[in-house]
Ligand binder design. Structure first.
Ligand SMILES: [Zn+2]
Length: 64
């Protein structure tokens, strides 16, 4: 135990499990709710890849 989790949207550690049965998390900072959280250790990597995906989809939209 003692694994820290972070919000995938803002990176805040003020994230709590909302419904343990479904594994839905909620962020107290940005209001994020979802089943995806970032576990301590590879947070930067995961945020980077999330941003990459975001940029990619922006490019795809702009490319038209
Ligand atoms: Zn957040």
């Amino acid at each position: 135990m003692g694994k820290k989790t972070s919000c995938p949207r803002c990176g805040s550690k003020k994230i709590k499990i909302l419904v343990p049965q479904t594994g839905i998390w909620t962020c107290q900072k940005c209001g994020y709710q979802g089943g995806i959280v970032i576990e301590d250790g590879n947070m930067e990597k995961q945020i980077k890849s999330a941003k990459k995906m975001e940029n990619l989809s922006k490019k795809l939209i702009r490319g038209r």
